[in-house]
Ligand binder design. Structure first.
Ligand code: FAD
Length: 502
């Protein structure tokens, strides 16, 4: 049975006024995109409250941000200088498989695929025959990260992302959005006004009384989810059985050495710490499960291990992993923390914001239709589930059993979708890439092997090369990786020339 609201939602609504609630990374990314593409035809406003502020974290990205910037015509040097940006070639996972073990999940591709099978199969056979080095030796980005090098090269395009100062990035996007016609409104939203017939959001009423009317509302109010949850009550699917971490403490420190071109993720007995090195400072934090450790102990571990001087006092963040049952409901689309939360182990939230925005742009112009909403929600749900599985993999596939936290994670029942991938890889060395999935085969392989999952056998195609051919195949790739990496200068020498921050 359809109710009135559902029927109403099926009839297209002209969208002329877009109201963005919230001005964190999600709000300003949305404003930058909508105003860049539709600034001349739509009326765009963004409401944010300085008193409430932003979550203040979220400084590591993944390579897809470069695509978003191209879409918005953002000049890389200008952006990096404005956001004190550094390069990120991957993530260094320390103490994850076992204490003292380290591996890098890099953004590069490893080796060279043969027409018949993935590189990992040839590498595995080479390893059996004593012909192959470490899997890491066959990836430019991984070796560049290990050797702390970076440059833009003419003949090889490195796959990279950025570390950025979130508040400077939001300021940069704000300038751009305002130049493209977005109106910024300072104030606290006191009430979300809905239409009694359709259930659509009609307007936001600010504490000082002003009413901001709109046709399409983008909820970027962070964990508060003022519109999508508090007003529309779409519901939440909780993922804490697989991702038990529910708190974080963040702290900023001065830089004591040149920034490295990778994020550090350092596992603890009941969570993990991050280190994100920018040009002018370091972002640090600890993510943990409140069922396994107290706030004071987590804070002490964090402050006892950071380097440099504390330049912004530690601040706590509480969260619940999972997703809204609908990221788009009626005339409200939720982006960022308002829409979903998967902890930042693989730095995926900014990417998911960007995906939400580009999908929304594709549904424009000018109508809210139920068919478009359904498609959007299905795609977002699929994408979130893939990312969730990838993050859960890091926790489950581990040899650590040194605390009740790691015991729980190693023994938990996995989502069936993830269990299937692990079984397939263990049995055959093969990984599949689902349609529209963010992480490519090589990411899955690097993390599975990094966490200690070794395939039992390789693809028979790897037997079609003679030992001599295989040795040459592997040596050629390794030689080419070494030659490219040798041309790269130290990462920060390059950044200081390329895009120095003020
Ligand atoms: P917020 O930054 O919280 O912004 C909410 C906005 O809504 C603010 O402007 C606020 O003032 C406004 N607002 C709220 N209520 C009202 C009201 N009543 N009236 C008016 N305005 C209001 N993501 C990554 O991609 N990489 C990372 O490395 C990463 N690290 C993270 C680490 C931690 C510990 C956490 C918790 C998250 C991390 N994330 C990361 C996610 C990242 O923080 C978010 O992607 C990003 O900050 C977007 O946040 P947001 O804009 O949704 O929310």
């Amino acid at each position: 049975m359809q109710n009135d609201a559902d029927r109403d939602a099926e009839s297209p609504k002209p969208v002329r006024r877009v109201v963005i609630a919230g001005g964190g990374t999600a709000g300003w990314m949305a404003a930058a995109a909508v105003s860049r593409l539709f600034g001349e035809t739509l009326e765009i406003s963004l409401v944010e409250s300085e008193e409430i502020g932003t979550v203040g974290v979220g400084e590591a990205t993944i390579p897809t941000l470069t695509t978003f910037h191209r879409l918005l015509d953002i000049d890389e040097r200008e952006f990096m200088a404005a956001a004190q940006g550094t390069i990120k070639l991957g993530i260094s996972f320390e103490n994850w498989r076992s204490e003292q073990h380290r591996y890098i999940h890099s953004f590069g591709s490893t080796g060279k695929d043969h027409w018949s099978a993935g590189f990992q199969h040839f590498w595995r056979r080479g390893r059996e025959l004593g012909l192959a080095g470490s899997y890491d030796d066959y990836c430019v980005e991984l070796q560049a990260a290990l050797q702390d090098r970076f440059a833009h090269l003419k003949h090889y395009r490195m796959n990279y992302a950025y570390h950025l100062d979130a508040s400077l990035y939001a300021r940069f996007l704000r300038g751009m959005s305002e130049r493209n016609g977005c109106r910024r409104i300072e104030g606290k939203i006191a009430e979300v006004l809905t239409d009694p017939g359709s259930g659509f959001i009609r307007a936001l009423r600010l504490e000082r009384g002003e009413v901001i009317e709109g046709d399409l509302f983008i909820d970027c109010t962070g964990f508060r989810a003022l519109l999508i949850e508090q007003a529309l009550g779409v519901g939440f699917e909780d993922w804490s059985q697989w991702l038990p971490n529910d708190r974080a403490i963040a702290v900023q420190t001065s830089a004591v050495r040149d920034a490295v071109p990778y994020t550090r993720a350092i596992a603890e007995k009941w969570g993990w710490q991050w280190r994100i090195a920018l040009q002018h400072r370091v972002g640090n934090g600890i993510v943990y499960s409140s069922r396994h450790v107290g706030d004071d102990e987590a804070r002490q571990v964090l402050l006892g291990s950071v380097e440099g001087e504390v330049i912004k006092s530690p601040w706590p963040v509480r969260f619940r992993p999972g997703r809204r049952l609908q990221c788009w409901h009626r005339n409200c689309v939720a982006l960022g923390l308002a829409g979903s939360f998967i902890e930042p182990l693989e730095s995926t939230t900014i990417h998911l914001i960007q995906r939400g925005i580009t999908r929304l742009m594709q549904s424009f112009p000018h109508v809210v239709s139920q068919a478009g909403i359904d498609e959007y929600n299905t795609q977002m749900a699929d994408e979130l589930q893939h990312v969730r599985d990838f993050v859960v993999l890091h926790y489950h596939a581990t040899e650590r059993r040194d605390s009740s936290y790691w015991e729980y994670l190693a023994n938990m029942t996995l989502p069936a979708t993830l269990q299937r991938r692990i079984d397939l890889f263990r049995e055959t060395g093969t990984v599949f890439h689902a349609a529209g999935e963010l992480f490519a085969e090589n990411s899955w392989i690097q993390v599975m092997m990094g966490q200690g999952i070794e395939p039992r056998r390789h693809h028979p195609a790897a037997e079609t090369m003679s030992e001599t051919e295989l040795a040459r195949f592997l040596a050629d790739i390794r030689g080419s990786v070494d030659r490219i990496v040798a041309q790269l200068p130290p990462h920060m020498d390059y950044i200081r020339r390329y895009a120095p921050g003020a």
